[in-house]
Design a protein around this ligand. Sequence first.
Ligand SMILES: [Cu+2]
Length: 118
Amino acid sequence: MDGINMEAMMKKLFTVCILALFSFGCSNANAKAELKLESMMCGMCSATIEDEISKLDGVVKVEIDDEKKTGVFTYKASVINLSSIETAISKLGYSANDTKADPDAYKVLSKCCQIGTR
Ligand SMILES: [Cu+2]
């Protein structure tokens, strides 16, 4: 008997936790910022940045404009800040605003993704 009640209680508690987590997420305003991604060369570049940055904790949405070479990043300001995002992009081998691409990461990019090879 006790075991069953305990299980029901745990389930209830779990649901409450999930609900709390959601409402917390909603009340937490997202920050949105546009970054210049001038070193992007092709669709592979933007796909890499989009995929990898989306995976970061606190990043909500990444929208990259290949034509304009910019990216709009939506993120939870309480979890991650813009300079961390810039650093992460740099570590992928691309520049972000005034943050230069990490030279080691840039070197291993596909040839088509390196500046001046198009
Ligand atoms: Cu590329």
